[in-house]
Design a protein around this ligand. Structure first.
Ligand code: NAP
Length: 276
C-alpha cells in the first residue's frame, strides 16, 4: 500500500492524517497516511528514512518548510517563488517539491467563503513559511493592493522583493512594512504568523479592519478562537484556517494521486467532527 506522512515539530495536533484518510476513502485510493514527529535537526534524515521505507510522498509543516526545497530535484513554480515546500513527491530518484498553501488559501477564500479577491485591499501579516507560500497565489488573484507586514521587517521586504515582478504583471500594488508601522484599513486581513499557535496577542491593531472585513487566521481549533473573537468584536467576519488546511491537502492529494478529492464535503465533515 502506498504510504505518505506529514513531518513537523510539533505534529501531534495535525488533522492531515484524518483528511487524507477521508480523501482516500472517497476517491477509492489504496494508501495510508501517518504523522512523523521530526527532531529539530533531523528533517533531512527523517525524509531519507521515510523514502527508504517505501514512502511515496510527504507534507511538511512548521518549522521545516524552508528546508524542504533543498531535498527536491525538481521544484514547481510556486515552491520556487516561495522558497518553501509543503509537499514532496518521490518518484524513484526524483523528488518533486511544491507549495499548495497559497492555492489552498485562495480556494478557501474564493470558493468556500465566496469572497472575490480581485480589486480588494489585503493585509498579509507574517513572513514565515506560511506567508511565503501564500503570497504568489494571492497576487495572482489580482487584489488592488497587498501589504505584507511582519515583526522582522527585513523578512517582509525580502518576500515582497521576490514577488515584485509577479505583482507588476498582475497590476497589484505590493509593499512591505513592520508591525508597528502598518496604516490604513483592509477588506481582507490574513494572520499568517504563529501568534495564535503560541497564545500571543493579535499582532496588528483593530484599525486595520474595514467594517465587514474578512479576518482569517491560518490557525484552527481552540488556538484560533482568540483571533476570531477579536475579529468579531471589531465588526469583521472571522474565519479560521481549517478551510485552507483542507484545500491545501486536496491539492497535495492531486499531486500525489492524480485525483481531485471532494474537498468541500471533507471540510464540512471535519468542521462537524471538531464541533462534536
Ligand atoms: P514560521 O515559518 O515559524 O513563521 C512564523 C511567523 O510568525 C513569522 O512571520 C514570525 O515573525 C511570526 N511571529 C511569531 N511569533 C510572533 C509574535 N509573538 N508576534 C508577531 N509575530 C510573530 O511559521 P509558519 O509555517 O509561517 O506558520 C505560521 C502559522 O500558520 C502557524 O500557526 C501554522 O500552524 C499556520 N499554518 C496553517 C496552515 C493551514 O493550512 N491552515 C498552513 C500553513 C501554516 P518573525 O519573522 O519576526 O519571526
Amino acid at each position: 500500500m502506498d504510504s505518505y506522512c506529514v513531518l513537523g515539530n510539533p505534529v501531534e495536533h495535525s488533522k492531515s492524517p484524518w483528511i487524507h484518510a477521508r480523501f482516500a476513502e472517497l476517491t477509492g485510493q489504496d494508501m495510508r497516511y501517518g504523522r512523523m514527529l521530526t527532531p529539530m535537526d533531523g528533517f533531512e534524515q527523517a525524509v531519507r528514512e521515510f523514502r527508504a521505507s517505501g514512502g511515496k510522498g510527504c507534507n511538511i509543516t512548521v518549522p521545516f518548510k524552508f528546508e524542504a526545497p533543498k531535498l527536491a530535484t525538481e521544484l514547481g513554480a510556486r515552491a520556487r517563488l516561495a522558497e518553501a515546500c509543503n509537499v514532496l513527491r518521490f518518484d524513484g530518484e526524483r523528488v518533486y517539491g511544491d507549495n499548495t498553501d497559497g492555492i489552498g488559501l485562495v480556494a478557501d477564500l474564493e470558493r468556500n467563503a465566496q469572497l472575490a479577491l480581485a480589486g480588494r485591499d489585503v493585509l498579509l501579516v507574517g513572513a514565515g513559511g506560511a506567508a511565503a507560500g501564500v503570497l504568489g497565489p494571492l497576487v495572482e488573484a489580482r487584489p488592488a493592493r497587498i501589504v505584507v507586514c511582519n515583526r522582522t521587517v527585513d523578512k517582509a521586504a525580502a518576500l515582497v522583493e521576490r514577488h515584485a515582478q509577479l505583482a507588476r504583471d498582475n497590476g497589484v500594488v505590493l509593499t512591505a512594512t513592520g508591525l508597528e508601522n502598518v496604516t490604513g484599513s483592509f477588506d481582507v486581513v490574513i494572520n499568517g504568523t504563529a501568534t495564535s499557535m503560541s497564545g500571543a496577542a493579535v499582532p496588528v491593531p483593530a484599525s486595520v479592519l474595514k467594517p465587514g472585513a474578512l479576518a482569517l487566521d491560518m490557525m484552527y481549533g481552540p488556538a484560533a478562537q482568540g483571533f476570531m473573537a477579536w475579529a468579531r468584536e471589531h465588526g469583521a467576519v472571522p474565519r479560521d484556517g481549517l478551510g485552507m488546511l483542507v484545500e491545501q491537502a486536496a491539492e497535495a492529494f492531486l499531486i500525489w494521486r492524480g485525483v481531485r478529492p471532494p474537498s468541500a464535503q471533507v471540510l464540512e465533515e471535519l468542521r462537524a467532527k471538531l464541533a462534536a
